[in-house]
Design a protein around this ligand. Structure first.
Ligand code: SF4
Length: 407
């Protein structure tokens, strides 16, 4: 049922209903409609319509506003918070393991719901302590929209309708988890997930090309209600994080860990391809010893090998960025298909090149991050950080699976 709710039809019904309420003067009964767009769909649609990425982003904003969105957002802030919380979580785990505690390493990233659902279903409670508790950017964005933006605009969370645009259908499953439903407010952090391919279908069904749509600014409501006047360098631009087009978790956490734990700069940290391009590794050596070993594993073949090694006690890593799709999120299962005569691999390489050409952004350079920790989250170390930026995972009994999905 939840998957049916997470469709473009459902989204368009809400948009239409909102429009009618406003036309009848019932503005107060209408919802605040917020759409958050991940970077991978922007690049996918930019390639599809042969647009420069930033131009495609603004035209997407224009399209979504023309059909009913009140606010259109990028997800840089949530990506920053997810990277920073992953960094803190890894440093804590590494230090407590070094201090002799039973903390689980390697730490596996959790931003890919394809991997997380597979782990919960296939490896049960054994795997759970290894998976990072940090929420994915989609779900952090959900918290910020339903709590911070709703409050600043004087809406109840349930009266904000939050849509995300993502590169895969698995993000719909993630948004539908009970962990992201606020019972008290009767509100889901992300009400609906639309994929790149669904946006292409919506445009096609209206005989529109993205290049025909007038551009509109992407909104930046994060400082509403704040006294901060700190300029935000990435405001209005499309930026990327260091590392892979799936978010760059391994690159970011490795660079911070090398410096914080061993006083080493990240200059010499390079991820090298191992047996196949979807399995890469970086190591840090000190005094002839390997002190940190990180990996990026994409695709189920590499994930299954990794799980076998873990079960045999032979997984050599401290941290692994795991993504279910080969080549990661830029090659997500619901990205726009290549045009006739173009191979999937060629299109993914094109998207990777576009991603690499975007300006690099670092989470610590974002003044909004400090603002969010200090004001919205109640300061470093507060309980609100764990409830707002972290989640839990659950072993799923194979015979008792609510959603009969084959991985
Ligand atoms: Fe979705 Fe694939 Fe990215 Fe996982 S790797 S979040 S399944 S696009």
């Amino acid at each position: 049922v939840l998957i049916t709710q997470q469709s473009q039809d459902e989204m368009l019904k809400v948009f239409q209903n909102n429009k009618q309420l406003r036309e009848c003067g019932k503005e107060k009964e209408s919802k605040l409609i917020v759409v958050s767009i991940s970077i991978q769909p922007v690049l996918s649609l930019a390639a599809r319509y042969k647009l420069e990425p930033h131009d495609a982003f603004q035209r997407l904003s224009g399209y979504l506003k023309s059909i009913g969105a009140d606010v259109v957002l990028d997800m840089t802030l949530s990506e920053d918070l997810s990277l920073l919380e992953s960094e803190t979580e890894f440093l804590e785990r590494f230090r407590s393991k070094s201090g002799g505690s039973k903390t689980c390493l390697p730490m596996f990233t959790s931003s890919c719901p394809g991997w997380v659902c597979y782990a919960e279903k296939t490896h049960g409670s054994f795997i759970l302590p290894y998976i990072s508790s940090t929420k994915s950017p989609q779900q952090i964005q959900g918290t910020l929209v339903k709590q911070l933006i709703a409050k600043n605009r004087s809406y109840q969370a349930a009266n904000v309708y939050h849509v995300t645009v993502e590169p895969c259908y698995d993000k719909k499953l993630e948004a539908s988890r009970n962990d992201f439903y606020n019972e008290q407010e009767d509100s889901r952090d992300v009400d609906c997930v639309i994929t790149s391919i669904e946006l292409e279908q919506m445009l096609m069904s209206q005989n529109l090309s993205l290049s025909d749509i007038p551009p509109a600014e992407v909104d930046f409501p994060w400082l509403e209600g704040s006294s901060s006047t700190e300029p935000c360098s990435y405001k209005g631009t499309l930026v990327r994080h260091r590392g892979t087009g799936s978010g760059g978790y391994a690159d970011h956490v490795m660079a911070v860990a090398a410096y914080e734990l061993f006083g080493e700069s990240s200059a010499q940290l390079n991820f090298k391809v191992l047996r196949n391009p979807d399995l890469r590794e970086a190591i840090l050596e000190k005094d002839g010893q390997v002190v940190l070993r990180f990996a990026v594993a994409n695709g189920f073949r590499n994930i299954q090998n990794l799980m076998q090694k873990l079960k045999r006690g032979k997984c050599p890593y401290d941290f692994v960025e795991i993504m279910a799709c080969p080549s990661g999120c830029l090659n997500g299962g619901a990205q726009v298909r290549p045009e006739e005569g173009v191979q999937q691999k060629e299109l993914t390489t094109q998207l990777e090149k576009c991603y690499e050409e975007l300006p690099i952004h670092t989470p610590k350079s974002n003044p909004l991050v400090q603002e969010i920790y200090a004001n919205f989250l109640g300061g470093m170390g507060s309980d609100r950080i764990s409830t707002s930026l972290h989640t839990a995972y659950h072993a799923v009994e194979k015979m008792n699976t609510a959603l009969n999905i084959k991985w």
